[in-house]
Design a protein around this ligand. Structure first.
Ligand code: NAG
Ligand code: NAG
Ligand code: NAG
Ligand code: NAG
Ligand code: NAG
Length: 654
């Protein structure tokens, strides 16, 4: 357009900043980042404080991360995760730069996979005056000598900066001792959350002295229970969350900790504490009745007694993980359903759970029931259609996330129950449910007469109903006011009805159909049509072809992660057609796709500029030159799994 007035009139139409900010609040973070590139005013709007708060920058230490850190100086707040720092000068300069440019604005700092010296960290910490969260997980280099913060002058500097620190992560530190722990926590007097997961805490005896650890004095070699107890006593007025996962904590030691006078825990994580017994849980529940989140997964000694204790004692519980507690049975699960605050239950790999008691606990109207939003039943192989059918009816109003991965006896009837009753689902995982077929996804009852398999090729065909959208509409089955136990008759009756297709789950953001190997294009093309879907796995579906890929790309424009590994019929041709619609894609898995070659990579370079992860391991005919090209052309690419070259951290991501 040559008319210069045109530009002026565009100018006068510009929206006020606060309106643009308001519009941006409706977008996901990744979309907001994209929107900020539209024009200057959208960029300014995206810099609004309310969006800035939680922005975390994660990158490996490298020469050009220096530039990035300098750029962050303009932010009002930020969080950093810097990996691969070492003792050399580049890392030292980077930390110095962090201190200078973002020191007073940094809310959270993590240094995973690093080995830095005490001196580099001490040059930084005194500048971090707004720090809320410090993650020193696995930083053995800092604690090995035992001299960290041994000088009074350093302690004073660090303490005046970190007095507001709320969250300290000291997990997986092999050399943490009473002395170093006390010096550090002495600088952070108001902790809310502390993690010591995977630390070698001496709960009973000091092997060096042959007496109870720390009985006499602070140990310079070990972190002792006595010392931990001292910290809990000192900081009990603020401390609400404690993580002692993967430690060898004993029942007696847990009792000592939970009995600290005045300590009121809201969150406790004891994942993989294999020595804990049912009695430990009873004591815990008695002394910490305000717990809201409890993770006792992989505590393999626990049985139904622990579940009953939790159900009776923790009346504010919202999140419970019993994952991999393989001695847990059905017993007690009904009681658990009477904890009305419970929102999330993880029973994955509790191999004896069949769901019957959960159903029983949710049935009947005499007391308030758990309103579960998340239910994980992964690898609970006794789960069958009857249980799924009942659960979907009972949890229809609340459930948002359901994991039935490896529930191998679940069939199309379950899928139809899910699509009929759980229409608010956001996450659905059905990986390895090998009985699931196209009929289930289409909401149809399999009958031989409507299988016009004329061409004699494999799999049913559904062409006669294609395009008849009315068919896919869910029948409105009204919820009964008073939930009752569903009978075998109800189930038999339900088996005869056609129901909703998977299309009805129109809020889905994640769908996992990995290794549901009976699925074909017939259903995938028809039902995987979700505008908000972000993560999809169709790996190990040998029947699906490029037709599925194209349809998905066309209908699921929000996809950021797509897994098609071990789908041998997916080819370059499909990638060529789909890639133009997949411009938001960040993670793509194509390993063992025999028909994917260099040609696909060139298409990805052209259309999928946001790629961070690409798995093309065991694809045929991929040349090193093309992979090099990919790495030089895609700015966000971090991981390329290519033949036997493992994950290389190549580039920075924001
Ligand atoms: C950041 O977190 C705060 C609370 O911690 C929340 O109120 C705010 O909405 C979050 N902002 C974004 C952009 O998620
Ligand atoms: C599922 O459970 C079986 C035991 O029944 C176990 O051997 C297997 O490793 C589990 N699978 C997964 C993926 O957790
Ligand atoms: C699944 O069901 C079949 C037949 O009902 C049964 O033989 C098999 O043991 C069941 N599998 C599991 C893991 O329960
Ligand atoms: C994919 O490759 C296999 C051999 O690995 C071949 O049989 C098949 O026809 C190919 N499919 C396509 C769509 O190219
Ligand atoms: C891979 O390359 C070989 C030889 O260069 C060729 O014979 C084969 O057809 C190619 N395979 C594919 C899938 O393009």
């Amino acid at each position: 357009m040559e008319d210069s007035d045109g530009e002026d009139s565009v100018e006068t139409l510009e929206l006020p900043l606060e309106i643009i900010v308001y519009i941006l609040t409706f977008l996901h973070t990744s979309d907001r980042k994209e929107a900020s590139l539209v024009c200057r005013s959208w960029y300014h709007a995206s810099q609004d404080l309310r969006f800035q708060r939680n922005v975390t920058y994660s990158f490996p230490a490298s020469a050009w991360s220096l530039e990035l850190v300098r750029g962050l100086g303009r932010k009002s707040r930020c969080s950093l995760i810097i990996s691969q720092l070492d003792g050399f000068s580049m890392s030292r300069s980077l930390l110095l730069e962090v201190g200078l440019c973002v020191g007073s604005k940094l809310e959270s700092l993590a240094l995973p996979g690093s080995s830095i010296t005490e001196a580099s960290l001490l040059a930084l910490l005194p500048r971090l005056t707004s720090l809320r969260k410090l993650d020193l997980r696995g930083l053995d280099s800092l604690f090995m000598s035992g001299a960290f913060l041994s000088r009074e002058e350093h302690r004073q500097q660090v303490s005046s900066a970190l007095s507001g620190l709320e969250e300290l992560d000291l997990s997986d530190l092999r050399y943490l001792s009473d002395l170093t722990f006390n010096r550090l926590t002495g600088c952070t007097p108001r902790l809310k959350r502390l993690s010591l997961a995977g630390c070698h805490i001496a709960f009973e005896f000091d092997p060096y002295r042959g007496c109870p650890v720390g009985a006499v004095e602070d140990s310079s070699a070990l972190l002792s229970l006595r010392n931990l107890r001292k910290l809990l006593t000192e900081q009990k007025s603020t401390l609400v969350a404690l993580d002692l996962s993967r430690t060898s904590i004993t029942p007696e030691s847990l009792r000592t900790i939970v009995q600290v006078q005045g300590l009121v825990l809201e969150e406790l994580c004891l994942h993989g504490c294999k020595e804990l017994t049912d009695y430990s849980v009873e004591v815990l529940v008695k002394h910490q009745p305000c717990l809201q989140r409890l993770d006792i997964s992989a505590c393999t000694e626990l049985t139904a007694r622990a579940v009953v204790a939790i159900a009776q004692g923790l009346k504010s519980l919202t999140h419970l993980s019993l994952s991999r507690d393989w001695r847990i049975t059905e017993k007690g699960l009904a009681d658990l359903m009477s904890v009305s605050s419970l929102r999330s239950l993880d029973l994955s790999e509790c191999l004896h759970v069949s769901g019957a008691e959960i159903v029983k606990g949710l049935t009947g109207s005499n007391t308030a029931k758990a309103r579960l939003e998340t239910l994980n039943l992964k690898n609970c192989t006794y789960i069958r259609d009857a249980a799924v059918f009942s659960l979907t009816k009972l949890l229809g109003n609340t459930l948002r996330e359901l994991d039935l991965t490896l529930c191998v006896n679940v069939t199309d009837v379950s899928v139809r129950a899910i699509t009929t009753y759980l229409q608010g689902l956001v996450v659905l995982r059905l990986g390895w449910c090998k009985e699931v077929t196209d009929w289930g996804l289409l909401g149809m009852v399999e009958t031989t007469k409507c299988e016009p398999d004329e061409r004699g090729d494999k799999g049913p065909r559904f062409t006669r109903t294609f395009g008849n959208m009315g068919f896919f509409k869910p029948p409105r089955l009204p919820f009964e006011d008073r939930p009752k136990l569903v009978t075998q008759d109800d189930l038999e009756q339900f088996k005869q009805q056609a129901g909703a297709s998977l299309l009805a789950l129109n809020r889905l953001q994640e769908l996992d159909l990995t290794a549901c190997c009976k699925l074909t294009d017939s259903s995938i093309v028809q039902v995987v049509r979700y505008p908000d879907l972000q993560r999809l796995s169709l790996s190990m579906l040998p029947e699906i072809t490029d037709a599925s890929l194209l349809s998905i790309a066309w209908h699921c424009r929000s996809l950021t992660s797509l897994a098609l590994s071990h789908c041998p019929q997916i080819s370059d041709h499909g990638v060529a057609q789909a890639a133009p619609y997949l411009h938001r894609l960040q993670h793509l898995y194509l390993s063992c796709c025999n028909n994917i070659t260099d040609r696909s990579l060139l298409l990805l370079v052209q259309h999928c500029k946001r790629l961070r992860t690409l798995d093309i391991s065991k694809c045929k005919n991929i040349s090193v030159t093309t992979v090099d090209l990919l790495q030089s052309q895609l700015p966000f690419l971090e991981n390329v799994h290519y033949k036997y070259i493992g994950g290389m951290d190549l580039t920075l991501t924001l």
